[in-house]
Write a protein that binds this ligand. Structure first.
Ligand code: NAD
Ligand code: MG
Length: 403
């Protein structure tokens, strides 16, 4: 008798990153459930090669032709038949392969928008880690989800927690229809929550990336230190759950054990708890609606002993206020916020912009660019491009006045 292969065919965009590696870790624990169909990376050919040798995907995609040629040579030498492509078109292709069931969208930043949208348009089960794509083009993104029938599952731990605390039919009934009063997103406060304000001007990229609870990619680590990450997550929650700004609250919870909460009209608050390990939301979404082993150790509450909460201080974390401003302005403002943030964070990581200047650059770009309706992808991408140019000019201006 021929045994039928019921395994889910999985595409991992951004396989070499923090989320990508955790995704492969969970998938590898369940070879009976998941088969790796395609993997992507930007320039980390060595890491992607190792992954290809281990998982033997049918396709691999990298950022440029040179990296592709290098990977192709190594794969041929090892006798592995993975087909190699490069560039955005190839990413969009693997994101929408007819035989793909599940797409993990774990590219960092605006580069993730086109391939994530391709997966949505192809009606896939899309596991969304790339929050930037929803921040940039939320209205378009969600209308494509509804049109294509794609199943969108949040990987961001907060949104995954909210998803778990909501009833299954929340998208059809709407939050008020489900009796939801508000969503409470928890934030760790990052590495500088209690640092003297005067210290912030001189913190280094290494200090900013040393997150107290999570090990993540460098861009999101800096976003956590400025709390722009929470600002992006407020915008993400607005689109994912169709929640008005007033119904989304942020509370600092330094232990990162409660990943977020939903409060209902009767006063009940439902929270999702767990150790801070991204394999939990990844396993939840991969197997949804089943539950599978993720390799995450049990939560030991008596060892943690206390869970604490505090209000975020918008003076310490001006980026959070800027994200609220962008969401209130609407249209292309969140895309502008995101683009200016990406450019400023890159400059900070490169050592050419001070930490507290990140918010100043974003504020000046956001104020200079009048938002327009985010009516098409072209309009969003044009706003992204203009905001990047303006942010780069603003940073150059700051460097000149400092010299
Ligand atoms: P990372 O930097 O560790 O990995 C990013 C991945 O994207 C890598 O595989 C890299 O090769 C690829 N990539 C980078 N630039 C690219 C480009 N221009 N074109 C194509 N591929 C490119 O990042 P990460 O921490 O894994 O985060 C990935 C996404 O998940 C981000 O959007 C982040 O906000 C989100 N997220 C991450 C975490 C976490 O714990 N790391 C938690 C929640 C959400
Ligand atoms: Mg998060």
């Amino acid at each position: 008798m021929v045994k039928q292969d019921n395994r889910q065919k999985l595409v991992v965009l951004g396989a070499t990153g923090s989320i990508g590696v955790s995704t492969l870790d969970v998938a590898a624990r369940h070879p009976d459930r998941f088969e790796l169909l395609a993997l992507s990376a930007n320039r980390q050919a060595d890491r992607l090669l190792e992954q290809c040798l281990r998982f033997r995907p049918r396709y691999a995609v990298v950022g440029d032709a040179e990296t592709a040629a290098e990977l192709e040579r190594s794969l041929a030498a090892a006798g592995v038949a993975t087909r190699v492509g490069h560039g955005t078109a190839a990413l969009e292709e693997i994101a929408s392969l007819p035989e793909a069931d599940v797409v993990m969208a774990a590219i960092v930043g605006a580069a993730g928008l086109a391939p994530t949208l391709a997966a949505v348009r192809a009606g896939k089960k899309v596991l969304l880690a790339n929050k930037e794509s929803l921040v940039m083009a939320g209205a378009l993104f969600m209308s494509e989800v509804r049109r294509s029938g794609a199943v969108l599952l949040p990987i961001d731990s907060e949104h995954n927690a909210v998803f778990q605390a909501l009833p299954r039919d929340f998208a059809r009934a709407g939050l008020p229809g489900c009796g939801v009063r508000r969503i409470v997103l928890t934030a760790s406060g990052g590495p500088f929550r209690t640092a003297p304000l005067a210290r912030l001007a001189s913190v280094t990229p290494e200090e900013a990336c040393a997150h107290p609870n999570w090990v993540m990619g460098r861009k999101i680590s800096v976003d956590s230190a400025t709390m722009m990450n929470k600002g992006l997550e407020v915008i993400e929650a607005h689109w994912l759950f169709d929640a008005p700004r007033e119904a989304i609250e942020v509370v600092i919870h330094p232990q990162s054990v409660i990943h977020s909460m939903v409060e209902y009209a009767d006063g009940s608050v439902i929270a999702q708890l767990g150790n801070p390990d991204m394999r939990t939301p990844i396993a939840h979404a991969l197997a949804y609606p089943d539950r599978i082993e993720a390799g995450v150790r049990s939560l030991d509450l008596s060892q943690i002993a206390s869970l604490t909460f505090e209000q975020p201080d918008l003076q310490r974390f001006p980026c959070l206020g800027l994200a609220y401003r962008a969401l209130e302005r609407g249209g292309t403002a969140p895309a502008v916020l995101n683009a200016a943030n990406e450019v400023a964070v890159e400059a900070f990581l490169a050592g050419s912009l001070g930490f507290i200047r990140i918010a100043e650059v974003i504020a000046s770009v956001l104020d200079a660019m009048e938002p327009v309706a985010a009516a098409s992808l072209d309009v969003v991408l044009a706003a992204d491009r203009d905001a990047r140019q303006l942010a780069a000019r603003t940073i150059a201006g700051l460097q000149q006045s400092a010299a």
